[in-house]
Design a protein around this ligand. Structure first.
Ligand code: BG6
Ligand code: MG
Length: 220
C-alpha cells in the first residue's frame, strides 16, 4: 500500500532546473566552455561542487584551478542562481503540483522532500508550500549525494514509512538511481530517453495525479 510520496524539488515541484542550467551555462561560457542540454541532464540532481567539476572536466580544465578558485566559481554561479529564484512566486509551481499535494493530504499519504540543493528552503518558502511537507531533507542533512540512496532513505525514516511503501518522484538520472537504490518505486518526470531506468515515466507534472501514482505503484 502506498504510504508516502517523496519529491525531488528542482525540476519536479518547480522549474528551477532551468535556472540551474542558465546559471551554469553563463559561468561555463565565461570560462570558454560550451555545454548543451544533453550534457545538462548529467548535472541534474548533482551537488553544486560536483556539477562544477563535471563542467570543468568537459572543458578539459579539471586541473586548472585551486580549491579556493573553484569555490569562488561555485559561489559566482550560486549568486546568479539566487538572483533568479528571488523573483519566484507561488505561480511558479509546475502544473498539477498543488492539486497533487492537496490530494495526497486528503488521502493521508505522507509527503516528503528530498533535495540536493542548499537553496531548497528558500525555494519552498517562495512557493509557499512548506505546510504540505511532513519532512524536508536537503543537502545539509546528508553526507552522500544522489545517486546514493541516503537522502531518500532519510526522508522515509523521518516519515516512519518503509521504503517499499514509498514512491519517489524525480527529473534526474542520478535521482532515479537514488530512489531505486533505496528500494522505492521511481517515477520519472521528463525526457523518456534520459529517464529510461525509471519504473514509470510521465512527460510533465500535469499527468501526475493520486490515481496515476497509485495505479503505477500497483503496476496495474
Ligand atoms: C539539485 C539540482 O536539486 O541541487 C542540481 O538538480 C543542483 O542542479 C543541486 O546543482 C545543488 O543545488 P544548490 O542550490 O545547492 O547549488
Ligand atoms: Mg531535480
Amino acid at each position: 500500500e502506498l504510504k508516502a510520496v517523496i519529491f525531488d524539488l528542482d525540476g519536479v515541484i518547480t522549474d528551477t532546473a532551468e535556472y540551474h542550467f542558465i546559471a551554469w551555462k553563463q559561468l561555463a561560457e565565461e570560462l570558454g566552455i560550451t555545454f548543451d542540454r544533453a550534457f545538462n541532464e548529467q548535472l541534474k540532481g548533482v551537488s553544486r561542487m560536483e556539477s562544477l567539476e563535471r563542467i570543468l572536466a568537459l572543458g578539459g580544465q579539471a586541473d586548472r584551478y585551486t580549491m579556493a578558485e573553484k569555490e569562488a566559481l561555485a559561489d559566482k554561479k550560486n549568486e546568479h542562481y539566487k538572483q533568479l529564484i528571488a523573483r519566484m512566486t507561488p505561480d511558479d509551481l509546475l502544473p498539477g503540483i498543488l492539486d497533487l499535494l492537496r490530494e495526497l493530504k486528503r488521502e493521508n499519504v505522507k509527503i516528503g522532500l528530498a533535495s540536493a540543493s542548499k537553496n531548497a528552503f528558500t525555494v519552498i518558502e517562495r512557493l509557499q508550500i512548506g505546510e504540505y511537507f511532513d519532512t524536508i531533507v536537503d543537502a545539509a542533512k546528508v553526507k552522500n549525494s544522489k545517486p546514493h540512496p541516503e537522502i531518500f532513505l532519510t526522508a522515509a525514516k523521518q516519515l516512519q514509512v518503509d521504503p517499499s511503501a514509498c514512491v519517489g518522484v524525480e527529473d534526474a538520472q542520478a535521482g532515479v538511481a537514488a530512489i531505486q537504490a533505496a528500494n522505492m518505486f521511481a517515477i520519472g518526470v521528463g525526457d523518456e530517453e534520459a529517464l529510461k531506468e525509471a519504473d514509470y515515466i510521465v512527460q510533465t507534472t500535469a499527468e501526475l495525479t493520486y490515481d496515476v501514482i497509485v495505479r503505477a505503484f500497483h503496476r496495474e
